[in-house]
Every structure is written in C-alpha cells, then in structure tokens.
Design a protein. Structure first.
Length: 246
C-alpha cells in the first residue's frame, strides 16, 4: 500500500492502461495503525473510492488534509471482511501491508464505509478482482516508485472497461456513475504489478515492469486473503541496481 501517490490536480492518478472498474463518491475511510505516529491516519476521511484493474484507491475530498490518497494493491490486502451491522452503514474492513517505498512502513487495519449503500457489492467485486489478479502474479514486485509527471487526462476507456466476460463480475447496476472526466489522470509509467487483465498492453520498453508481480496465491479455503510466501526477497531498487561499481 502506498500513501499520497495516487492523486493529481484534485483527481485520481492511475498507471498507463490501468482501468477504473467502479467509482463511488461519498464514502468514509478510517485507519488503525498500531505504533504509528504518522498524523496522516488520524480520524475518518471523507472522499471517493475507485476499484481498478490493479488496486483500490481512496481520494480525500479535503484538499487540506495531510492524507490525500491511499492506494491498496490487491496483493497487499488480507483478512478482508464485508460487514453488515444492524445499526449504521455497511462497511468493508481489512488488513493492509505497506508497499516497499510507499511512504509508510508496517501493517495496519482499514475500514471503508458506504453511507449511500453498495458496500457489499463493491466488496464482492474487489475480492473477485483480487482473485483474478493473483492468477497473473509470478515474481516479487520491485520496490514501489511513485509515478512522476507528466500526467495527462486519458480517453474514456480508462474509466469504461470493456463489456466482456472477464468483467462480468463488475456490478455496474449498483455503481452506474463514471468518475468526472476532468478528475482522472494517467501516468506514462506502467503498473509495477499485474492486474486482472493480462491483455492490457504496457508502454514500449516496459515489459519487465509490466510482468513484475508477487508470488502470492489464492486459496479457495480462505477467500478473503491473498497469500505471499515468507522469505520472499525483493530485488534492489532501480537506483541501487544501476549504480556503477568502482
């Protein structure tokens, strides 16, 4: 998971050929980060949530808050639960691991409330997307590097995925709204981990980054987790790998 790397110009920032599957405005997100002194995670945040082909992204509507965006790749999630309390709004809860280089470290809990409904449908789609993405994971992802400018506003396919069998699990009837066209920005960098659709091309020269993935796997016996074997060694960062030795 990375902090404050998925927003630009008041909108959401996605990777090259990453696609937004679902969009919902008017959600709240809260965090429990034991032992953390970072002020970013204090209090509940109101904003927008996006389910993409590669991750879940929360964007804060308060542009003065120190936390502006929160990105959770599917392989960083575990113990995801869909909650339906007798009183109060339905919500999704889970545990998240920090991405290497994602502006914070460790492990924490998160909750996502849908005050206008749709939590169960969003959560089920999110879990299915995670299962599909796990099928495309092969190698450990490289240390996360936040995308850098230039950004651009992509054409509608970025937030209108193909109506094919692969996307049949997406509940468009519950979330018919697309994000504002002037609030979606795309980087020229490819995703550092695979998504649900291996047919989406990466930019020229980015095959290694596009193929990078976790050695996670999905278990039918525990459908709320994606598992990463212990002892996985991550490759060095780009800067370290390209240092000249004397």
């Amino acid at each position: 998971m990375s902090l404050n790397t998925a927003h630009a110009n008041g909108g959401v920032l996605i990777y090259f050929n990453e696609r937004i599957l679902l969009f919902c405005d008017g959600v709240e997100m809260g965090f429990e980060m034991p032992g953390k002194s970072m002020p970013h995670f204090k209090g509940q945040k109101k904003g927008r949530i996006y389910l993409t082909t590669h991750r879940v992204i929360f964007n804060n509507k308060d542009n003065k808050d120190i936390l502006q965006s929160f990105s959770i790749p599917f392989y960083c999630m575990k113990e995801v639960e869909l909650k339906q309390p007798v009183f109060g709004a339905n919500y999704i809860a889970g545990i998240v691991n920090a991405e290497s280089g994602g502006n914070w470290q460790g492990l924490g809990k998160w909750k996502l409330w849908f005050n206008s409904g749709g939590a169960i449908e969003f959560g089920q789609a999110m879990l299915q997307a995670g299962r599909l993405a796990s099928n495309n994971m092969r190698d450990p992802p490289p240390p996360y590097t936040p995308p850098t400018a230039p950004f651009y506003q992509p054409p509608p396919p970025a937030y209108a995925p193909p109506q094919t069998a692969m996307y049949a699990f997406v509940p468009y009837q519950t979330f018919p709204s697309a994000p504002p066209a002037d609030g979606v920005y795309m980087s020229q960098a490819p995703p550092p981990y695979p998504g649900i659709d291996p047919s989406l091309p990466a930019p020229p020269g980015a095959s290694k980054a596009a193929e990078a993935a976790s050695s996670a796997y999905y278990s039918n016996g525990n459908p709320h987790d994606l598992y990463i074997p212990s002892g996985v060694q991550f490759p060095p960062s780009y800067d370290e790998a390209t240092k000249k030795t004397t």
